[in-house]
Design a protein around this ligand. Structure first.
Ligand SMILES: NC(=O)c1ccc[n+]([C@@H]2O[C@H](COP(=O)([O-])OP(=O)(O)OC[C@H]3O[C@@H](n4cnc5c(N)ncnc54)[C@H](OP(=O)(O)O)[C@@H]3O)[C@@H](O)[C@H]2O)c1
Length: 246
């Protein structure tokens, strides 16, 4: 049987790396995409995949990714993204907003539109990793919530536009996931601030939990479209209603 091929963006850490590992265990040949070439090369060596260094906000690099993919692609996991900053709008760093929009929205759109013909040819699936931040605003979150809401708009629009095409358009919205880098990036490398996000949460979600859900979504029978899955740790009843033991 021919191997199915998956592209996972943001595969150099966190949810993306875990998803690449889960998909490889399911028998996919995984193209691991991110900017840090050393990390994705190590991952590709581990799982028998392929490293494709690529900044998804760079059109030329995404074109090169498409050439590497070729004519057929079974699965695209649009995972690259993240948050920068947690300031109120009155103190917003708009350069950080631009960075968030460039990667979560424009980069994701660039990858998606460029790989769409190969996905259509293979009757493929797209999984967008948005966030519960797309559900509505929270204090300090306007830039990130807006970017993730815009990413969700791509999902909702594409599902309508492609209703008569054999491509599944799905979305997973994680709540709090304790990954090594998400909060570190958000707080510009301040480890103490990053640790505080998860302090006292006995069992936060980890990257493997989200990877497991993505893999489940992608491996449903072809006629089953998981439109949107929200996944949170049990301790998180709502965005800021989190049970902390200490
Ligand atoms: N952790 C959470 O609580 C949480 C919750 C909801 C949603 N999410 C979403 O889940 C996704 C993964 O988050 P995570 O927690 O795994 O964070 P992470 O470890 O910081 O992963 C982010 C990934 O995106 C890649 N990336 C960033 N900019 C890129 C660019 N321009 N081109 C290519 N790759 C780029 C990074 O790789 P390089 O730096 O090597 O390029 C990295 O692999 C993100 O979209 C995030 O918004 C996370």
């Amino acid at each position: 049987m021919e191997l199915k091929t998956a592209v996972v963006t943001g595969a150099s850490s966190g949810i993306g790396a875990a998803t690449a590992r889960h998909l490889a265990r399911e028998g996919y040949r995984v193209l691991c995409v991110a900017r840090r070439a050393d990390r994705i090369q190590a991952l590709a060596d581990e799982i028998g995949g392929m490293a494709v260094p690529c900044d998804i906000t760079d059109e030329d690099q995404v074109q090169t990714l498409a050439q590497t993919v070729g004519d057929q692609l079974d699965l695209l996991v649009n995972n690259a993204g993240g948050a920068v900053g947690l300031e109120p709008v009155g103190e917003a760093d708009l350069d950080a907003w631009e960075t968030m929009y460039r990667v979560n929205v424009l980069g994701t759109a660039q990858v998606t539109k460029t790989l769409l013909p190969a996905l259509e040819a293979a009757r493929g699936t797209i999984v967008f990793v948005t966030s519960t931040a797309a559900d509505g605003g929270y204090e300090g979150g306007a830039g990130y919530c807006g970017a993730k809401a815009a990413e969700r708009a791509i999902v909702e629009t594409m599902r309508l536009e492609l209703f008569d095409k054999p491509v599944r358009i799905t979305e997973i919205c994680p709540g709090m996931v304790h990954t090594d880098e998400f909060s570190l990036t958000r707080f510009h490398g301040d480890q103490a601030k990053a640790d505080k996000v998860y302090a006292g949460v006995a069992e936060p979600l980890v990257a493997d939990d989200v990877a497991d859900a993505i893999t489940w979504m992608a491996t449903r029978p072809r006629h089953v479209n998981i439109d949107r899955m929200t996944i949170r740790p049990r301790a998180q009843a709502a965005q800021f209603k989190v049970f902390r033991e200490s």
